[in-house]
Design a protein around this ligand. Structure first.
Ligand code: UDP
Ligand code: MG
Length: 299
C-alpha cells in the first residue's frame, strides 16, 4: 500500500460525500482511507460505511465510544495505517487532497526528508483567532526548546518510519504538533491556501483552544515553573523594599495575585502528572469497520 490517508471526523456527515469523491478522483487505486469517528453525534458513522461500499475503496473506520479529541483520533488512526506514506487530512474540505500528491513527490525526490508539512499562507480564520494562534506559537517558541513553525498544522505527509516513532510516544496528553517537533524529523514546509470549511462549524471554540494551548505548553516546557519561582523571588525583593515606603494594600493584592498565579502554574503540571499516572488509554474504541474493494486480492 502506497498511501494511507488518516482523517479524524467529528460530526462531519455533510462534508464526507464530497471529500471521499475528491480523494477517489485524486488517488485512483493504491491508497487506503483510515477514518476515525471521534464520537460524532450525527450520521457520520453510517455515511462512512455507505460510502465505503458505494465508492468501493480501501477503507477503515475506527469509532470511539465518545469524543476524545482530534489528537487521540490521529493516534488511534496511525495504528491502523499500513501505507508507505501517511497523510493527515481534515474532513471539512479546507485542505485540497491534490496537495498530498505534491507532498509525496517531494518525499520521493528527497530520500533524506522524513516529512512534508503544509503551511497556511491564506487562513480561513478571524483576525482575532489568527492573532491568538500567533501569540501561542510565540509563547511555545519562547518557553520550549522546540521550534514551532507558525501556520503549520496537522496537514502533513510522512514516511511510515515517522508513524512508528510517533506511535512509540506513549503519553496520553497528545499535543501532536509538539510530538512531531520533538521527534527531530527532517521536515520540508509546503505553503498552501486553506479553503473555507464547506459545511458545519469549526469544532474549536476559543476556550477549547485555550485548554489545548495550556496542555501544549505544559507538555513541552517546564520553563513556566521556573518563571513562577522567579516571580516569587522578585516579590520577596519588592516586599523588602516596600518596608521603607509602605504601599501596603498594593503589596497584599499583588502578593495574593502572584501566589495564585504560581499555584495555578504548578497546578497545571500536577494535573498533567495526575492524568498520566492514572494510565488510562488516550481513547476507547467501540467498533472497527473495514472495507476492501471487490476486485482487490486478499493476500
Ligand atoms: N475533529 C475531531 N475531533 C474533535 C474536533 C475536530 O476529530 O474533537 C476533526 C474535525 O472533524 C476535522 C478536523 O478534526 O476533520 C479539524 O477540525 P476543525 O475543522 O473543526 O478545526 P479547524 O480547521 O477549525 O482548526
Ligand atoms: Mg477546519
Amino acid at each position: 500500500m502506497k498511501l494511507s490517508i488518516l482523517i479524524p471526523c467529528y460530526n462531519e456527515e455533510e462534508n464526507l460525500p464530497v471529500l471521499i469523491q475528491r480523494i477517489c478522483e485524486t488517488f485512483g487505486e493504491d491508497f487506503e482511507c483510515v477514518f476515525v469517528n471521534d464520537g460524532s453525534g450525527d450520521n457520520t458513522q453510517n455515511i462512512l460505511k455507505e460510502l465505503a461500499v458505494s465508492q468501493d475503496f480501501n477503507c477503515k473506520v475506527i469509532s470511539f465510544t465518545r469524543n476524545f479529541g482530534k489528537d487521540a483520533a490521529m493516534y488511534a488512526g496511525l495504528g491502523e495505517c499500513e501505507g508507505e506514506y501517511i497523510s493527515l487530512l481534515d474532513a471539512d474540505l479546507q485542505q485540497n487532497p491534490k496537495i498530498i500528491v505534491q507532498m509525496i513527490a517531494l518525499l520521493e525526490e528527497n530520500p533524506g526528508l522524513d516529512m512534508v508539512a503544509a503551511v497556511q499562507t491564506v487562513r480561513q480564520e478571524s483576525f482575532l483567532m489568527c492573532q491568538c494562534k500567533n501569540i501561542f506559537y510565540g509563547m511555545m517558541n519562547a518557553l520550549s526548546d522546540l521550534e514551532f513553525r507558525r501556520g503549520a498544522g496537522d496537514f502533513r505527509t510522512f514516511r511510515s518510519s515517522v508513524k512508528d516513532a510517533v506511535l512509540s510516544m506513549k503519553e496520553c496528553q497528545r499535543f501532536s504538533k509538539g510530538l512531531f517537533c520533538w521527534g527531530g524529523f527532517r521536515v520540508c514546509y509546503l505553503p498552501y491556501e486553506a479553503e473555507k470549511r464547506k459545511k458545519g462549524k469549526s469544532k474549536w471554540s476559543f476556550f477549547r483552544l485555550l485548554d489545548y494551548g495550556v496542555e501544549g505548553i505544559t507538555s513541552f516546557s517546564t520553563r513556566p515553573l521556573r518563571i513562577a519561582a522567579l516571580f516569587g523571588l522578585l516579590f520577596l525583593l519588592a516586599a523588602t523594599v516596600s518596608l521603607t515606603v509602605s504601599p501596603l494594600v498594593f503589596l497584599i493584592l499583588m502578593s495574593g495575585g502572584i501566589q495564585l498565579l504560581c499555584m495555578g502554574i504548578l497546578g497545571e503540571y500536577i494535573a498533567g502528572i495526575f492524568t498520566q499516572t492514572k494510565n488510562r488509554p488516550a481513547f476507547l474504541i467501540r467498533e472497527v469497520y473495514r472495507h476492501q474493494p471487490k476486485n482487490e486480492k486478499i493476500l
